[in-house]
Design a protein around this ligand. Structure first.
Ligand code: SAH
Length: 375
């Protein structure tokens, strides 16, 4: 898997073909004086067949293969750990070229298989209930590093691009805020959708955001995949505390952008709501949430809080969660409760941590415990 890793010394100058979507690849071949159809030929090998060795791309002609071998890479991360949960969820710890590590999680269900993909090394949003936030932010992932997560999982699961029973859905819900790495995430989602990429329909790709309002509006123009929004509170005072980004983009602006995103059709925005005991889970919070979501095509996803070391929060009790669910449901709000998956291998929501150096240094006092595998 690792034979084609980029030589560190040439990393800056050696193009990685995974960074390019179909249009980018076509341009790349044109600039080399070749034909644009090479783009789909190469994509079929990489994503359709799972072949990343140029020598094996037999319809490319010997000279071209040798030339590609010398001048470009298909850069895959190293799989450092591959863990399977008791419930069948699977988590890969992947080491990137610069030594940073990220995590990708596969969640199999009866009717579908969902891959949870990371968009950044760490996160700068500092949501108070999320373990990724505790580690701070290092950098954006490249397009290649995002799409490679799908490639590695598909490869490990033995799935093929034309077999959408294995990875049928992708959620941009791993580490990081995808809309703060906009260009690379959109390009990667284009490759996920491309018939010569992973062939997933827009509906089956979900981007989860804490609510970067201008980027939500832009996304509608560029790549209108399914949208999930981490709401977690029905009023600004509480949301300011849980999701500090709310101070910049308060709930009213966020909900207006969500309404515009789905427009008049039948689509809905999924609102994620992590259930924190005694914080956001009372009957009054439920009623306030119902009022806030009036007129918004919404689906609410209640997420039992997943604890992590040093957190000050606790998961709401089952009876509290059921009561909250009932109140929403009876008010006609489409509501589901997310089943906690993979928590025995720390693969559940908010437990993804990876290992990396916090470039922001905001939380340098915490770094000691995470320095094990740094570059
Ligand atoms: N930055 C994006 C995507 C990453 S978070 C976003 O905010 O949506 C993915 C989801 O996991 C979000 O809904 C997030 O709120 C939720 N989450 C984070 N920490 C959690 C925890 N400890 N327990 C349960 N869900 C959590």
């Amino acid at each position: 898997m690792n034979t084609l890793r980029r030589d560190i010394t040439t990393a800056a100058s050696t193009p990685n073909l995974l960074d390019l979507d179909r249009a980018g690849l076509a341009q790349f071949f044109l600039e080399r004086g070749d034909k644009t159809f090479r783009a789909t030929q190469v994509m079929k090998w990489i994503y359709g067949q799972g072949v990343v060795d140029f020598a094996a791309m037999t319809n490319l002609g010997k000279a071209l293969r040798a030339d590609l071998q010398d001048s470009v890479t298909i850069d895959l991360p190293e799989v450092v750990a591959d863990q399977v949960s008791d419930d069948g969820s699977r988590k890969w710890l992947l080491r990137l070229d610069d030594g940073n590590c990220i995590e990708t999680v596969f969640i199999p269900e009866a009717e579908r298989g969902t891959l949870c993909v990371s968009s950044q090394v760490g996160c700068m949003l500092n949501c108070s209930f999320c373990s990724t936030a505790q580690q701070g932010f290092n950098r954006n992932l490249t397009t290649g590093e995002i799409i490679a997560q799908v490639w590695v999982a598909a490869h490990a699961l033995g799935s093929r691009a034309d077999d959408n029973r294995v990875i049928s859905n992708v959620v941009m819900m791993g580490m990081g805020e995808p809309l703060l790495n906009y260009e690379n995430v959109v390009r990667a989602m284009r490759i996920m959708q491309d018939d010569y990429g992973f062939g997933l329909s827009k509906r089956r790709i979900t981007l989860s955001t804490a609510g970067i309002v201008p980027a939500i509006r832009q996304l509608r123009e560029d790549c209108d995949v399914s949208l999930a929004v981490s709401l977690h509170a029905p009023n600004d005072a509480l949301r300011d505390e849980l999701v500090p980004l709310n101070r910049k983009y308060p709930i009213s602006e966020l909900l207006a952008a969500c309404k515009d995103y789905v427009g008049e059709g039948r689509r809905r925005v999924t609102f994620e709501y992590v259930m924190l005991a005694g914080v956001n889970d009372s009957d009054a919070h439920a009623r306030e949430l119902i009022r806030r979501l009036e007129g918004v095509p919404a689906k609410v996803n209640l997420i039992p809080f997943n604890p992590f070391p040093n957190t000050c929060y606790e998961r709401s009790s089952k009876s509290r969660l059921d009561r909250f669910f009932d109140l929403l449901n009876r008010a006609g709000v489409v509501t589901i409760t997310r089943k906690t998956r993979g928590d025995d291998i720390d693969a559940a929501c908010g437990q993804l941590a990876g290992r990396f150096r916090d470039r922001t240094r905001r939380r340098s006092h915490r770094l000691g415990e995470h320095q094990g595998t740094q570059a």
